[in-house]
Ligand binder design. Structure first.
Ligand code: GDP
Length: 488
């Protein structure tokens, strides 16, 4: 239900900062601001003009803070309602005091996501755009920002609307058949209707299948380093992370004893899984690490397989080769500064399919090459190509077992340029639309009455409509806005 009261909340994160923003929205927002804010030089606040003044307690007349305030009258505001904001000094106590003053003056503390929810309910943004707001806040890489801002700008919504319009056009054809079946006019044949549905199925499937790419762009590519003890896994990890200390984030897992480190490679985040496992002492790795490594490798999008070129191949190396079978990744033939006991050819002979990079993890200068090679594998993965040999210029020292013709380079360059979905809710809605369209195609071809075909066509339209919120229940809205913070 749409609540039409006036809400208030800090719009900035709790804690100390230079500035904090307290935001009000609702029919009494301007009146409440008028009660607690006194402009220094003007009697009235002009819409969308920042004014300096004092926040005051109307009960006592006491001044609370010197601040800036702005009013944004409806309907052209964030929420579509009257909105007022106070930019005060960024201390938790002063912010609490100002929120409390607004509450005494008649506002209610906002629930998580309630501002954005009101923006949706007032038609200021659609549901996919509201979700994009949360994605921008959560973004950890340029690619995550790119996919979210594209969604916020309405690119996904426009594509979904286009598909939905095509579905509705099919229903129009069916309605002609329902209404005029007795008359002597030319109706689209069932074959034509089925062919149109077929085309739509292909288009909806493209968007549905973009989920894998969208998720990699949004959350980063998860990689696991595998290799026998002493192959140089920790050294490689330190080289990767150390070269980019400034933007490394360490995330302590809460449910499992897993630590992830993430490093920025070009526009993408490479999330290194289970780095705690890699850093453990050799004994521990042997005792408990194997199973965990296998599990972590199974979850990874990309494997980094380490081999020690200064030592003969052992059964543990063969295990690593087996683990990488059919998986995307990069093999590192480490310790090339030492006399070689094995070569890339030996690994190939034992069935290793990954590109192989001769390497020395103790040589800091090699970090650049490593990052470049990993970036190429990420681009290949994200552009949906699992072929090895992707990339415009093959590196002179990189050994690959298949050489691709350059045509994938274009795909690699355009990785992420097409619209992609990155939310399970969108993927599920598209899957429902696909299932309904397939049913419609079957009924169209088996000459079912047009009313029956129309039921599935309408189910497809409403599944597509649920992405942008054309049709959505309270439960869906609750689930979406619950993940927002208060004040958003
Ligand atoms: P992990 O057990 O796979 O994590 O291996 P570490 O990274 O701990 O490395 C094992 C040993 O090999 C350490 O003494 C490293 O300094 C050494 N090491 C790692 N990479 C290289 C390399 O490229 N060349 C040489 N000479 N030593 C290396």
């Amino acid at each position: 239900m749409y609540a039409s009261d006036t809400i208030v909340a800090p719009a900035t994160a709790p804690g100390i900062g230079a500035v904090a923003i307290v935001r009000l929205s609702g029919p009494r927002a301007l009146e409440i601001l008028g009660a607690i804010f006194r402009p220094a030089h003007f009697a009235e606040l002009t819409p969308r003009m920042m004014r300096l003044g004092d926040v005051v307690d109307p009960a006592t007349g006491a001044r609370i803070d010197r601040a800036l305030a702005v009013v944004m009258p409806r309907p052209a505001s964030l929420t579509g309602e009257d909105v007022a904001e106070i930019q005060c000094h960024g201390g938790p106590f002063v912010v609490r005091r100002i929120v409390a003053l607004a509450v005494s003056a008649g506002a209610r503390i906002a629930k998580p996501g309630e501002f954005t929810r009101r923006a949706f309910l007032n038609g200021r943004i659609d549901l996919a755009e509201a979700e994009a707001v949360a994605d921008i806040v959560a973004a950890r890489s340029d690619s995550a920002l790119a996919i979210a801002i594209e969604q916020l700008s309405g690119a996904l919504s426009a594509r979904v609307a286009e598909l939905r319009a095509q579905v509705i056009a099919i229903r129009a054809h069916l309605e002609v058949e329902i209404d005029f079946s007795d008359e002597d006019i030319r109706l689209p044949s069932r074959r034509e209707v089925a062919a149109e549905i077929e085309r739509l199925i292909a288009d909806v499937a493209v968007l549905h299948d973009s989920f894998a790419r969208g998720l990699l762009m949004r959350d980063g590519v998860r990689a696991t380093i595998v290799g026998k003890p002493n192959a140089g896994k920790s050294s490689l990890l330190n080289l990767l992370l150390g070269s980019d200390r400034a933007i490394v984030t360490a995330i302590a897992g809460t449910t499992r004893d897993v630590i992830e480190d993430s490093v920025q490679l070009g526009p993408y985040a490479l999330v290194l899984n289970d780095t705690a496992g890699v850093r453990e002492s050799t004994d521990d790795v042997e005792r408990i690490g194997i199973e965990r490594t296998i599990r972590s490798a199974r979850d990874a999008d990309l494997l980094i397989a380490m081999f020690d070129s200064s030592r003969p191949l052992e059964s543990a190396d063969l295990d690593v080769i087996r683990l990488t079978a059919g998986r995307p990744g990069l093999a590192i033939l480490n310790k090339r500064d030492l006399p070689a006991a094995i070569s890339a050819a030996d690994l190939r002979e034992r069935g290793l399919g990954l590109p192989i990079l001769p390497f020395s993890a103790i040589n800091l200068d090699e970090g650049t090459t490593l990052r470049a090679e990993l970036s190429k594998e990420i681009v290949a993965l994200i552009s949906g190509s699992s072929l090895v040999g992707v990339g415009p210029e093959p590196s002179p020292n990189l050994s690959r077992n298949v050489t691709g013709e350059g045509s994938e380079a274009a795909t690699a360059a355009s990785a992420g340029n097409q619209i992609a979905i990155s939310r399970e809710r969108h993927r599920d809605a598209l899957a429902m639309a696909l299932a309904a369209l397939k049913n419609a195609r079957t009924s169209a071809l088996s000459l079912m009455p047009p009313e029956i075909v129309a039921v599935d066509i309408m189910a497809a339209a409403s599944a597509l409509g649920s992405i942008t919120g054309e049709v959505s229940g309270e439960d869906v809205l609750d689930a979406i806005f619950r993940d927002f913070c208060i004040g958003k």
